[in-house]
Design a protein around this ligand. Sequence first.
Ligand SMILES: [Zn+2]
Ligand SMILES: [Zn+2]
Length: 183
Amino acid sequence: MLLLAALGLLGFVAGVVYASTAEWTIHRFLMHRPLMRLKHFYKGHAKVHHVVYQGDESYFVGTRPRRDLTFAWWAMPFPVAFHLPMLAAIGIWVAWPLAAGMLVAFILYQTSYETLHYFMHFPANRWVERRWLFQWINNHHRQHHVKHGTNLNVVLPLADFVFGTRRRLIVHESLRGVEVPAA
Ligand SMILES: [Zn+2]
Ligand SMILES: [Zn+2]
């Protein structure tokens, strides 16, 4: 029993590390470059999300229509579903609790991505928005909207630190005095 729990926990930790790396890779190579048949992600992200929401006050949606703040409903399961064959292989050849731990990590990471990113651009004085950790990761993402090649992680910037793309938020003159709207 203890071994199963340990394997599950190991799978979860490995899953989070993998997810941070996958998020970085997908964001950099799929969402900022038109890659063959997967142009949908590039168009929605680079051509809409980054045009509508920039590093200045337009970072907050305000009263504008909330466009491209989340993946399209049909695309949401894509990052997890894409990895199911890999998880099945790990389950069959290594251990199922390890694969289960990784699956839980992937689902949690994807859900966190959609939720946190939505809250970042559409602040409404939610409980979580008042936590320093959220504000820290929000500044991290805001810098990505200032310079697209930096801060490619939205949930956990592990890969940004490892691959050297982590930058502090550069506050330009145009950004000074722009506070997070209270609601
Ligand atoms: Zn964004
Ligand atoms: Zn981006």
